[in-house]
Design a protein around this ligand. Structure first.
Ligand SMILES: Cc1cc2nc3c(=O)[nH]c(=O)nc-3n(C[C@H](O)[C@H](O)[C@H](O)COP(=O)(O)OP(=O)(O)OC[C@H]3O[C@@H](n4cnc5c(N)ncnc54)[C@H](O)[C@@H]3O)c2cc1C
Length: 339
């Protein structure tokens, strides 16, 4: 274990915080050994992936463990699907690129999302009408408390919009070591979200490769690059509300966008509002206080222009939540994990 490790380059906001201990184990056995040691010495543990969805509000007085298990292995295959077991330390977008290059569908709409495979089930990453839950077969890992191994089937992971068992009952209690994905040899494309269809018109054919290229281009145009401007993507979740609440708001704000709460199950009776639209309607798009602000192209993204602190960001995010609540009576929750 390394001592007093700076996490500045390990979180995409670029905030300076220090971990008392740090380790980047590259195998399940090494993770087990580390967990044994921390349990013996009563040291708190935090599992870090690519740091693209976390804010460390203070120094971490314990072990920050960054699993680096690599590798992708086909564990089963038939005429329709390939089951691929992928190490938690593989960069998420390397997996998407691999799938697209091998003509395997299911992950293409999730192109260019930062972070590692191990975090993909944690908040059930989603973009452009797709969610990773629709491709996950099982999640394998180790329980922090007793070092025992687990394998949770998709149905046991309690996936929901930007949510899973790993953000609730098992929050902070597991190290994901591998994820098994089911990828399709005959993919059904999801093209109806945002401006994907219009971007695809630049190409003569709709295929996995061109969908990926379109999304990489759309995202690069719309979202700030964390390498240039500190951010963690969407800072807030889109609020899910009862239909009658949406109706009340639509009477007051007829141009407010409303979407089905869950694309795979429209019967939930709830609907999703656009947190970005709500924030923009409070005239906060592009608004800045010192080093922290709302991005000028995407109101859902808070940015650190450089030199900002986590405390300033948290205060700023509460101001945004309060303004939205005052104007619409709607609570917007943070998507980012504040530690
Ligand atoms: C520019 C930008 C765009 C983004 N766009 C999207 C988007 O379109 N859709 C989307 O869903 N997200 C998006 N995100 C958010 C982020 O990329 C994802 O949530 C990603 O999955 C986080 O991965 P990570 O490895 O960086 O996780 P981290 O930020 O390191 O960790 C996130 C959480 O997962 C836990 N965790 C990480 N690894 C493990 C593990 N191996 N075992 C157990 N727990 C673990 C951590 O403890 C933490 O609670 C974006 C972020 C940025 C900066």
């Amino acid at each position: 274990m390394i001592q007093n490790k700076s996490l500045k380059s390990l979180n995409t906001f670029g905030f300076e915080t220090v971990a008392r201990y740090f380790s980047a184990p590259d195998s399940t056995d090494k993770i087990e050994k580390l967990l044994e040691e921390v349990q013996k010495n009563d040291i708190p543990v935090f599992i870090l992936g690519g740091g693209s969805n976390v804010v460390f509000s203070k120094d971490f007085d314990g072990l920050v463990m960054c699993p680096q298990i690599k590798g992708m292995e086909t564990v089963d295959e038939n005429g329709e699907h390939v089951l691929l077991k992928v190490g938690a330390g593989v960069a998420w977008d390397d997996l998407v690129r691999y799938a697209v290059e091998n003509r395997l569908g299911g992950l293409e709409n999730l192109s260019a999302i930062p972070g590692n495979v191990g975090a993909s089930p944690v908040q059930n990453i989603g973009a452009y009408g797709a969610e990773v839950k629709d491709s996950i077969v099982s999640v394998n890992g180790i329980f922090v408390e007793d070092g025992s191994r687990f394998s949770l089937e998709n149905g046991e992971c309690r996936f929901a919009y930007r949510n899973s068992i790993f953000k609730n009952e098992l929050k902070g209690k597991t190290v994901v070591t591998h994820v098994v994905y089911r990828l399709s040899k005959n993919p059904v494309f999801k093209l109806d979200y945002g401006n994907l269809k219009s971007e695809l018109q630049k190409y003569s054919e709709v295929n996995l490769h061109n969908i990926r290229k379109s999304l990489v281009s759309i995202r690069a145009d719309k979202l700030p690059d964390p390498g240039v401007l500190g951010n963690a993507g969407s800072f807030f979740k889109n609020p899910v509300v009862e239909q009658r609440e949406a109706k009340r708001l639509l009477e007051l704000f007829p141009s407010m966008p409303v979407y089905p709460a869950d694309y795979s199950d429209i019967s939930t009776g709830k609907v999703k509002l656009s947190a970005g639209w709500l924030i923009e309607s409070c005239s906060l798009k592009g608004y800045r206080e010192n080093s922290i602000g709302v991005h000028h192209k995407q109101a859902l993204v808070l940015v650190n222009y450089g030199g900002g602190t986590a405390a300033e960001l948290i205060r700023f995010s509460q101001m945004v939540q309060n303004k939205v609540h005052e104007k619409f009576g709607v609570k917007i929750e943070t998507e980012v994990n504040i530690i």
